[in-house]
Design a protein around this ligand. Sequence first.
Ligand code: 5GP
Length: 178
Amino acid sequence: MNKDVARILVSEDEIIRRSIELGKQISEDYKDKKAPILVALLKGSVPFLAELMKHIELDIEYDFMDVSSYEGTESIGDIRILKDLDRSIRGENVLLVEDIVDTGRTLKTVKKLMKDKGASDVKIVSLLDKPDRRVVDIQAEYVGFIIPNEFVIGYGLDFNQKYRNLPYVGVLKEECYK
Ligand code: 5GP
């Protein structure tokens, strides 16, 4: 285990098993609909996207968006687009792929953006959900794991761009950020 990790919250095995379940559920839910375009939010969702999509038995496409809030560490509603989608999503079913839903502001804004771009349907799949931190009304249709209000790293999640490569989700030791 990495020396900066206080404890592992979700193991690699658990993430793989849950991704298989979510992939099956998504495949079932969209089987009579137009296959979704998976829109993954950079950079945190990349490992989860890579695992999840192997278990979706549909002719999906995937694309990336990179957004950032205008201010410091606390995320705010107003976002800046650093990388936009490569193609039009007008009339498409979009499945947003995210690492974690925290305050919910990012996803609420991006979901609206997808609708404004003409997507006919927008749903959300998130590896993690921290419901205690929510400040806006948004709910992911597909959630990997509900976690307590602690700062987590690994499986795409960073602290100052580090730890994204850890193969599990862990709690960062307080001494690393205090
Ligand atoms: P929201 O707009 O829901 O507050 O922000 C979501 C984003 O905040 C996530 O995509 C992630 O980048 C960041 N975030 C929220 N909670 C955590 C956490 O516990 N650990 C890390 N590393 N990032 C987090």
